[in-house]
Design a protein around this ligand. Structure first.
Ligand code: EPZ
Length: 420
């Protein structure tokens, strides 16, 4: 297994180009199951989760070519509707094939994703919504067995909780259903918006895009003619690099971003004393004379993103004072706390609230990644800790960040990828 060895204490400078958003590309790739034509997509991120989903679609019978960040995919040859455990267990977002497979074929068998480090990650809301659309859902031998032999029908769905992939699954299912589906309490993340825009440009009637109430008129299983897709930039990758600039108190620029997607993140950086400058799709962060403590409560978009919580918890270690960070979306998303304490951090955890004492004297240590965003927080801490840090089990990192050490080294960091 690979690990990263980081020489801490270095300043960063320069600019980094942000890749396409993993969490936009995943539902978009799944949505090609609804396409009658070969679909071309650009700005696909080079990360493990994308390769996993493409592998799953290949097993189902799809054909694709992926050259760097350009993807061409044709799902006309899909003949199987079984998403196997071996793939789904490695990437729970595979559940995104459930809605499109069911609405196109009228049946599918998708392995239950199982939980992961950050929480139990149930899919009850996905399943309840599909049942309301006329599906018969059974759980057997760890698989969701879904049937709708006459196809799905439009329904009025009210989500008890806001769910990103749940909203995406229902939108894709509704795109081929018979009649109109309304989704109340829908997720509004930019990645959900792009999925709606792509389906709308493929001829699906969709109202309320970007709001918490979405209406979709289905095509009654008529496959869709997709236009070429350019995946939006990854706001979480961009936020992570901005935190790299902040934690080393350096001036760096992230390029190819959509600033409005980072409003909540920029606001918190400003509150901590970091000035930021946004111009034509780039954001520059400047060193802070004094780093102030921060209060963060994670919430659904456009609130502060849970996927940036770990990175800001690491950054809060540099603040002069006590920061309070509350995680409201996931029940176990503080796995990075015990690892950060190995650097010498003083953090108190009580339920889903972390109290972070700063400024902390951080010394390089051996630490272990536990989940995707936690591992990026450990890298950030390693950038500023005195001495050498080794971050183990970085396969977690590779799921969502492409060429992280290369991009950071190009900014002046000193990181080596080595074998255990
Ligand atoms: C998406 O996960 C993202 N993944 C996650 O990013 C992100 O952290 C999360 O949204 C929240 O923003 C992708 O888009 C591929 P949810 P998702 O359904 O859709 C509960 C990363 O780092 N819930 O919005 O799985 C659930 O337990 C990943 O890139 C139910 O109770 O998250 C959680 O508490 C990590 N029942 C809350 O809702 C359900 O049926 C939000 O989950 C579904 C969800």
């Amino acid at each position: 297994m690979d690990y990263l060895e980081i020489e801490g204490g270095r300043k960063l400078k320069g600019s980094v180009k942000i890749s396409g958003a993993k969490n936009a590309a995943l539902p978009l790739i799944a949505s090609t199951i609804l396409a009658k034509n070969r679909v071309s997509m650009t700005n696909i991120p080079n990360v493990a989760d994308i390769r996993t989903l493409l592998q799953l679609l290949k097993i189902l019978g799809a054909q694709f070519e992926l050259n760097n960040s350009d993807l061409n995919i044709d799902t006309s040859g899909v003949s199987s509707t079984t998403a196997i455990y071996d793939i789904v267990r490695t990437m729970r977002a595979s559940i995104l094939v459930l809605g499109p497979l069911l609405s196109r074929f009228g049946h599918c068998e998708v392995s239950l994703p199982g939980g992961c480090a950050i929480g139990q990650r149930p899919i009850d809301l996905h399943l309840k919504a599909l049942e309301q659309m006329g599906a018969n859902i059974e759980i057997k031998n760890g698989y969701v067995i879904a049937k709708a032999k006459n196809g799905l029908r439009g329904a009025h769905i009210i989500f008890d909780k806001i769910t990103v992939t749940g909203t995406e699954n229902v939108i894709m299912a509704a795109a081929l259903a018979k009649g109109k589906t309304t989704i109340v309490n829908a997720a509004k993340e930019p990645e959900v918006v792009q999925l709606c825009e792509v389906l709308k440009s493929a001829g699906v009637e969709i109202e309320g895009i970007g709001s918490d109430e979405i209406a979709v008129v289905g095509s009654e299983r008529e496959l869709l003619e997709f236009k070429p897709v350019d995946v939006i930039p990854d706001r979480i990758e961009a936020g992570t690099y901005l935190c790299a600039g902040a934690i080393t108190n350096s001036e760096i620029t992230v390029e190819n971003v959509i600033e409005s997607h980072l409003d909540a993140v920029i606001t918190k950086l400003n509150q901590m004393g970091f000035e930021t400058e946004t111009k034509n799709r780039s954001i520059t962060i400047k060193p802070a004379a004094k780093i102030y403590p921060v209060e963060i409560v994670t919430s659904e978009y456009p609130g502060f993103p849970t996927d940036m919580q770990a990175q800001f918890l690491a950054l809060a270690l540099k603040a002069e004072g006590t920061s309070i960070i509350e995680e409201r979306l996931f029940e176990n998303r503080f796995m990075h706390v015990s690892e950060l304490m190995r650097f010498g951090a003083v953090i108190h955890l009580k339920g889903n609230i972390a109290t972070v004492n700063g400024p902390a004297k951080l010394y390089g240590a051996d630490v272990m990644a536990t989940d995707l965003r936690a591992s990026s927080a450990l890298v950030l801490a390693g950038l500023t800790a005195k001495g050498k840090t080794k971050v183990h089990r970085i396969y977690h990192l590779d799921r969502g960040y492409s060429k992280l050490e290369e991009k950071l080294n190009a900014l002046g960091a000193s990181i080596k990828r080595l074998k255990e």
